[in-house]
Design a protein around this ligand. Structure first.
Ligand SMILES: Cc1ncc(COP(=O)(O)O)c(C=O)c1O
Length: 386
């Protein structure tokens, strides 16, 4: 199996997002910045390669989850600032400073650790961003802890606050429910915390909030910088209600970046009534031709697609049959007369003519597109095309 990664689709998406969040009528003094989310190995597309291409196309910042991911993109030659979104565990802060990665502080106690590392490792003041928990109850300091943060910051003469942010729990939800109201409430808490910091005389630096859904549908959240993940890789998130997707796609057109492919390595005739694969969960009702693809869940084909999903072969959608194995997947090619060993199947993406979008595949098995994209494993070569 291999993953074809279209760098032209990727850079198109970055440019489309940049243009969209910088409408000419707004007349900002400085354009709104883009922090490209390249964590999870660039949502499965290859973090370092994707970051390099995006930097060349003008991405201002990058977001990864941990120090190791940050170091990997620095080693690839990325020069622009890299934010370590999930922060550091004690002991890791020196490496972070050494590689010029921007830490996230999500607990007040972390400031002292970063201050020590800054003293040991850097002559300049070390920049960091502050994460505010505005109601997701996951990571970030509570709005009420802003005073404690300010006191600790006053003792941290080697550190410099260069940004402040929060993360939305449900920006894709527009229903008339509590969850549908959550983004608005998060924004209010965030701006209240920001105001408190300013009142305490602290310059918050770059203000950022918006993930893909907020970028596409909530301009009031764009602030100074936006943080696209899913849309950068060509997929809008699943909006609620679903009709919102069409509206969002029409406003911000993005192109899928990855096409996942595998070859047919075996073809056999199976009589009606014979079981196929583990536990014989597929039993054809007619004499069938069963093809075997050289990829399974060990490569990143979601196991729950067994007996549910389909792949593109010779321009047709053909069903996946039986349980998906670690290394192989069976498909029913009875209706594809000319199928041959060596044929290329598209698991999702495009075969050049037809589309088999990863978001629809994800929805068919009750998951999100990013789950499918991140699942593409290490043994799958990424082939970068223009
Ligand atoms: C802090 C942060 N910002 C932005 C994103 C991007 O989210 P999305 O893929 O919905 O654009 C993520 C991803 O989970 C994130 O953790």
């Amino acid at each position: 199996m291999w993953a074809e990664v279209s760098l032209s689709a990727l850079t198109h998406n970055l440019r489309a997002i940049r243009k969209y969040v910088n409408p000419p009528e707004e007349k900002r003094n400085t354009p709104r910045k883009i922090l490209s989310i390249v964590k999870g190995n660039g949502y499965g597309h290859g973090g370092p390669e994707v970051a390099k291409a995006l930097e060349k196309a003008g991405s201002d910042w990058f977001g990864v989850t941990c120090t190791d991911e940050g170091i990997a993109i620095r080693k690839a030659g990325v020069k622009n600032p890299v934010l370590i979104l999930t922060s550091f565990v004690p002991g890791e802060e020196s490496r972070l400073v050494e590689h010029d990665l921007t830490a996230v502080i999500h607990r007040c106690e972390q400031l002292a650790l970063l201050q020590q590392a800054a003293g040991r490792r850097s002559k300049k003041r070390v920049p960091f961003h502050l994460k505010i928990d505005t109601g997701m109850n996951r990571l970030g300091i509570a709005s009420a802890d802003v005073e404690c943060f300010a006191r600790q910051l006053a003792k941290s003469n080697r550190l410099e606050l260069t940004g402040i942010f929060s993360h939305f729990a449900s920006s894709e939800v527009f229903t008339d429910t509590a969850v549908g109201q959550q983004t608005r409430e998060q924004e209010e808490r965030f701006y209240a915390a920001l105001e408190r910091l300013r009142t305490l005389g602290i310059d918050p630096g770059i203000v950022h909030l918006a993930n893909s859904a907020a970028i596409a549908t909530r301009p009031e959240t764009w602030a100074d910088m936006v943080r696209p993940g899913a849309i950068l890789y060509g997929y809008h998130p699943g909006y609620d209600p679903m009709e919102k997707r069409e509206e969002a796609e029409a406003r911000l057109l993005v192109k899928p970046v990855m096409s996942l492919r595998s070859r047919l390595i075996s073809l056999r005739s199976v009589p009606a009534g014979a079981g196929v694969g583990y536990n014989a969960t597929f039993v054809p009702k007619r004499a069938s031709r069963i093809g075997v693809l050289a990829a399974g869940y060990g490569d990143g084909i979601h196991r729950s697609l067994g007996n549910r999903g389909s792949v593109l072969l010779r321009g047709k959608l053909v069903p996946i049959v039986g349980i998906i194995s670690m290394d192989v997947t069976m498909i029913d090619v009875t209706d594809v007369d000319d199928a041959e060993i060596g044929d290329i199947a598209t698991i999702y993406g495009t075969d050049g003519v037809r589309q088999h979008p990863a978001n629809l595949v994800a929805r068919s098995v009750g998951t999100v597109t990013s789950d499918l994209l991140c699942a593409v494993s290490q043994r799958v070569p990424r082939v970068y095309i223009r």
